[in-house]
Every structure is written in C-alpha cells, then in structure tokens.
Design a protein around this ligand. Structure first.
Ligand code: MTE
Length: 306
C-alpha cells in the first residue's frame, strides 16, 4: 500500500465516542429490518452468532475512510470520486471448475439467501482497524449452489473494469482488474461472506457496491470489492498485491501480529474513530478469529506462508 503520513486529522478521528455509541443503540432499537438490496428492494437481515460484540464504527467513518484504488489512492477518494459508478444492474460471472457456470444476476444470487448482519472486526494491512456491521451471506452458500467440482482447490475473484466510471482505473495505479483469491477451505469457511450492505444501507459505492468479499481474519486487501467474476480453479490464483510486491503481501495475508510488514510493525493497530489520544491496541492473531480459523492452517509455517 502507499505509505502515507497520517498527520492530517479528519472529523471522524475526533467524533466523540458517545455519538457513535448513540447511533448503535438507536439501530439496535430499530429492529432488524434493513434495506440491503439494490434499487430500493427491502430485505430483512437476521443477527448472527458470528458477530463480535465490539461496538461498530459510525456509518460516516466506514464510508469516508476507504481503500478502493479504482477511485484513487487517498482515503477520501472513493467517497469523493464514485458518483458516476453504476452498481445496478449487476451480474457476476461464475466459471471454472463448477457444475453450473454462467452469468448470475445479483437479484438471482440474492434470491435464495438469508441476509445476516455480521458485525466483524476489520484490520487493514496498513495497521488501522474498524468494526463494521456488514449485511451479507456466506460465500459457501453461493459456491454450493453452483456446484464446486472435486478438482477445485482455489477461488479467484475479479473487480469490475470501468475506467469511464472509475477514475483511478484511468491510471496505471495497479494492473487492473483488481484480483484476489482464497484457498477453497478458506472460501467455504462460515466466517467468509459476500456482503451487499452495511448498517441499514445497500453497500455504499466506496465500500464495494453492490457485492464484495469480507474475510475478517485476513488483512483488508483480501476483501475484494465490486466483484464481477468468481472462478474456481486448481491452481493458486494471481492476486493483485502479491504480484505487485510478493515480499510485502503474501497470498495468505492472515492477520498475524508476529509477522511484521517489511516496512512497519503488525504488532499493534490504530482504531479508526478512537480519537487522537487513544493508545494503539494489540493486534490479535487471525484478527481475533483464531478459535474459528486456526485449524485451517494446521501444519503450515505461517512465517513462510504469510
Ligand atoms: N478492492 C478493490 N477492488 N480495490 C481496492 O483498492 N482495497 C482493499 C480492499 N478491497 C481494494 C479492494 C483494501 S487495501 C482494504 S483495507 C479494503 O478493501 C477496504 O475496505 P473498506 O473501504 O470497505 O474499509
């Protein structure tokens, strides 16, 4: 990632805690009905046992401090530069080692699923973190529906390429499209979701409208936004940051406080919205999801498979 000096205070850094706690209790009081579909379709989300009880960041924090290089490299760019982006209509191409390949409309994908609220910790490789109340469903549900063939070992994802709507793509900031990948067992894990909203809103453009991946035990760059293609494959897929700089960004990129980034420590993190005087907090192994996911990596040396 571009390594920026974080000297500039944003209003979200100084929002009093009482204000975001208040929003949280308002939302809890409002019940579970949520607008999470596209074009105003109302979808109800249900609470999930996988949610953390940590207090979510505000909607404003989550939607004004973003990494989405398709819209520029500054944290404010995705909110500022995404007005022309059209996330509706939307289809996802699902291909490779699946029984039912094809182009699936988002409405079709959402047709058979129960949307859940998943309040997850989110840890960026740049050592900042948030807590986000996503609305989504397990990736495994979709993969089971399209039928994963026995020879499949990995899942590859691609973001849409629309330079006319995404100003960052008019520059060679990255080798477009943005690509990510998971091992099949990681993709099938119940914590791994495709998210279509957050709080009571359809997914904001800057957060990856209309559908993005969320893998809460991995660094945030694995959670690819605005997905148009999902490919089941038997070989480890090419991924954007790993290809750009394999020494700094491994394929696995599990949150690991013991494996530093070559240019900074991963032992602690800055909580976005914590205020300027808030101390950094210790980063947790697998971002706090160790009990659920450590078994995926039994026998692997995570200092080598970083
Ligand atoms: N997906 C795409 N297509 N392009 C990006 O630049 N940035 C990644 C990830 N997904 C990125 C992306 C990084 S580095 C992070 S930290 C998260 O998105 C940020 O997600 P958020 O803005 O919803 O917090």
């Amino acid at each position: 990632m571009r390594n920026r000096f974080n000297g500039n205070l944003k209003w979200s850094d100084v929002t009093p805690k009482a204000q975001w706690m208040n929003r949280r209790s308002l939302l809890l009081g409002a019940g579970a009905a949520m607008v999470a579909g596209q074009a105003g379709a109302k979808i109800t989300s249900v609470p999930s046992a996988y949610s953390t009880d940590a207090i979510p960041n505000t909607f404003e924090e989550i939607t004004t401090y973003n990494n989405f290089y398709e819209f520029g490299t500054d944290k404010e760019d995705p909110a500022r530069n995404s007005a022309a982006f059209q996330p509706d209509p939307w289809a996802v191409q699902i291909d490779g080692l699946v029984d039912k390949p094809g182009s699936y409309d988002l409405a079709d994908i959402l047709g058979g699923v129960t949307l859940e609220e998943r309040i997850y910790r989110f840890r960026c490789v740049e050592a900042w973190s948030m807590v986000v109340p996503w609305v989504g469903f397990e990736l495994a549900t979709l993969l089971n529906r399209v039928g994963v063939q026995p020879s499949a070992k990995f899942v590859a994802f691609e973001t849409v390429v629309r330079p006319e709507e995404m100003p960052g793509q008019r520059q060679p900031l990255l080798d477009w499209p943005y690509r990510e990948g998971l091992r099949l067992d990681e993709a099938m894990h119940p914590l791994t979701i495709l998210a279509t909203g957050l709080y009571d809103e359809p997914m904001p453009k800057q957060n990856g409208a209309p559908i993005r991946l969320v893998v809460p035990w991995k660094y945030g760059f694995k959670s690819i936004k605005s997905i148009v293609r999902i490919t089941l494959t038997d070989t480890m897929p090419i991924t954007t940051w790993n290809t750009l700089n394999p020494r700094e960004y491994g394929f696995y990129s599990n949150v690991n406080p013991k494996v530093d980034h070559p240019r900074w420590s991963q032992a602690s993190e800055r909580q976005v919205g914590g205020g300027i005087f808030a101390p950094r907090v210790d980063t947790l192994m697998f971002n706090g999801y160790e009990d659920q996911v450590a078994a995926l990596y039994t026998g692997q040396d995570l200092t080598k498979d970083y």
